[in-house]
Design a protein around this ligand. Structure first.
Ligand SMILES: [Zn+2]
Length: 154
């Protein structure tokens, strides 16, 4: 079963930690390992959802059929990790894929960040690859910018 590590790199201003909410979906496109077709839309991957895999007793967080060769593929969100302010790519999710591999990830809303003053900011939207806020306690601006995603096969 191939595993894939998702790495996230960003520039942080007065932010110490970034993480995905436990209920938040990741959106990804996948490349079919049968015919190499890449899905033409982003699919939601949510660890709270379980769909049956055909012909097995197993389930996965995301099950879909390749539009081109009809092969069934499935993806599980195995875990997510806190990303800390460290100027280099850090692992923030681990996926297990059957029949496909992740091609691209689309970040949307549902992220949570902790400021240097220790305050939690939820519902952070990274759709545009950046987020700006303000910490009232510390009276400092907050920022998450230049967000980049990298997918590595384990
Ligand atoms: Zn296919």
């Amino acid at each position: 079963m191939p595993f894939f590590d998702i790495f996230l790199k960003a520039d942080y201003e007065n932010i110490t930690t970034l993480r995905l909410h436990k209920d938040t979906s990741l959106f990804l496109s996948c490349e079919c390992q049968g015919c190499r077709e890449i899905s033409d839309s982003f699919m939601a991957l949510n660890r709270n959802e379980q769909t049956s895999i055909s012909g097995s007793r197993g389930t996965a967080n995301l099950v879909f059929k390749c539009k081109s060769c009809k092969k069934e593929c499935s993806v599980d969100l195995v875990s997510t990790f806190d990303v800390t302010d460290d100027n280099k790519p850090q692992q923030f999710a681990k996926l297990e894929c059957r029949g496909c591999k992740p091609s691209e990830l689309s970040l949307r809303d549902g992220f949570e960040a902790i400021s240097e003053a220790g305050n939690t900011f939820d519902d952070i939207d990274l759709t545009e690859g950046e987020w700006y806020g303000y910490d009232e306690d510390a009276k400092v601006p907050l920022g998450i910018t230049n967000v980049e995603i990298k997918i590595n096969k384990c």
